[in-house]
Write a protein that binds this ligand. Structure first.
Ligand SMILES: [Zn+2]
Length: 485
């Protein structure tokens, strides 16, 4: 009998142990999932957010996009642990409209800043207002006078004159502007503040001359010029026409100066990163690096930007980086426009735009694409990007431009450029990445479908009169029937 009792007791003990283990397992699993959630959520609480715009940075001169000369070794390191967009387009190849579109999420025609020196209307919602509303300390460090205090960020002109060393002209060099950013971080922020700022680096814009660059980069120019592969790369891989320059040496000197200035910016950024990472130890960083536009450098017989909408001017580098796990390391193929930056950045920081605010946006959030959110439906957000050319005016630089509106639509396969008073163009980007051969008359119906999409998109622009687009009354009727107009 006692044997049976002992056996029962043993079974009961085993059962109790099993139940205790099982309940403990459930409790632990619950705690673990909460801990996991806490870590995930906490990753969103960025307290150090900044956007760096490297003015006039052509995507194909950046080494992490395949340029074989090491122009951006530090930024390459960032790119290796961040999300790099392969198909990022700016909405304008002109400085003020392009930046204003990043900060407002609107096309230039919709925010109204069409030229440098224009000011953004006070009632237009923007990234600076949004971060401030959400408790961040905010500052903008534009390197040029014509952006100072005009495109959403308050003017800080003359505020940090005491820290800016060397000659100040109409623009500040990368190291001078970074001195201002360092002074702001030191004097006006503490480690407990959440901060958001914009840092603009202008030196590459002034690539035609060596002026205002640290002399140690003269060596970089000379080394590039001596490299036997360098000239061939410019001519054969980047399609730069020698005849655009006075001589082979003129071409080499100017392009190598462009690359050396990019390298100088890269090195100054490394210095700044060391400073801010030390200053905000333990901080959760989100950094966005991009450009407002590229540069002609002689392609399409043009050495500047603003006049055309070819890819060397509107395709830009774009990297998201963080020291948290939220931003994965990857190369992202989706098309993204500079108007998407506002909605994307604030969404990543966990202060998304409200549904009412989103209604007023031209841009959309790419948070789920960047973070590989399993809830997103894995379709590409944007099938194409749209850009607008800066309007012509009577200044010396723009006197020769063809008047009228110029817009373009670009997707993976092609690009259509609508030219109100000039010739429209259509390019097969799969076989003609340099946009050399206008095939509009050979591919009429395909070109037409691009033009219709473009007309529909630009018809939503505030300042565009649909009559100015090349639509026949029949096409207007068609678009109306489709609900487009
Ligand atoms: Zn610019």
């Amino acid at each position: 009998m006692s044997k049976i009792i002992r056996k029962r007791q043993k079974v009961i003990t085993i059962l109790i142990v099993f139940i205790v283990v099982f309940i403990s397992y459930l409790i632990l699993a619950h705690v673990n999932s909460n801990v996991f959630k806490f870590i995930r959520n906490n990753n969103n609480n960025f307290d150090t957010v900044f956007i760096i715009t490297v003015d006039t940075l052509r995507k194909d001169h950046v080494s992490f996009y395949g340029y074989p000369y090491k122009t951006t070794p530090f930024i390459d390191m960032i790119s290796k642990t961040g999300t790099v967009f392969e198909n990022a387009y700016t909405v304008s190849s002109h400085t003020a409209p392009s930046h204003t579109s990043m900060f407002t999420g609107l096309y230039p025609s919709n925010h109204g800043v069409l030229r440098n020196h224009d000011s953004l209307a006070n009632d237009i919602y923007n990234i600076k207002k949004h971060f401030e509303k959400n408790g961040f300390k905010v500052a903008g460090f534009p390197a040029t006078n014509f952006l100072e205090g005009k495109i959403s960020f308050d003017s800080i002109k003359d505020k940090y004159n005491d820290v800016v060393k060397g000659k100040q002209g109409w623009f500040l060099t990368a190291s001078q502007n970074i001195e201002r950013a360092k002074a702001w971080l030191t004097k006006e922020t503490s480690k407990n503040d959440k901060i958001f700022f914009w840092l603009h680096l202008y030196d590459a814009h002034q690539w035609q001359k060596r002026g205002r660059m640290d002399e140690k980069y003269f060596k970089t120019i000379d080394e590039l010029k001596k490299d036997n592969t360098y000239y061939d790369y410019q001519i054969n891989k980047l399609n730069i026409p020698l005849e655009f320059y006075n001589s082979k040496d003129d071409l080499l000197e100017k392009i190598a100066t462009y690359d050396a200035k990019i390298k100088m910016i890269n090195d100054t950024l490394l210095d700044f990163f060391q400073f801010i990472i030390n200053k905000r130890k333990g901080g959760k960083f989100l950094i966005i690096l991009t450009s407002d536009h590229g540069e002609g450098l002689g392609n399409h017989n043009y050495d500047s930007h603003g006049k055309y909408l070819y890819n060397e001017q509107i395709k830009v580098p774009l990297v998201f980086w963080s020291n948290t796990k939220l931003i994965p390391q990857k190369r992202e193929d989706s098309f993204i426009s500079s108007i998407d930056l506002f909605a994307t950045i604030v969404d990543l920081v966990n202060i998304p735009l409200s549904s009412d605010e989103l209604k007023n946006q031209d841009g959309i959030s790419y948070k789920d694409i960047i973070t590989n959110d399993s809830n997103h439906n894995l379709y590409e957000k944007r099938k194409f990007c749209i850009s607008e050319r800066r309007p012509k005016d009577e200044t010396e630089l723009r006197k020769s431009w063809i008047d009228g509106r110029v817009n373009c639509i670009v997707d993976k396969k092609g690009k259509y450029i609508y030219n109100e008073k000039g010739k429209d163009e259509f390019f097969d980007l799969e076989n003609d990445s340099f946009e050399l051969s206008n095939i509009i008359s050979d591919k009429q119906s395909l070109a037409n479908s691009y033009n219709k999409k473009l007309s529909y998109e630009t018809s939503k622009f505030k300042s565009v009169d649909i009559k100015n687009q090349n639509l026949t009354p029949k096409e207007v009727k068609e678009l109306k029937a489709l609900g487009y107009l």
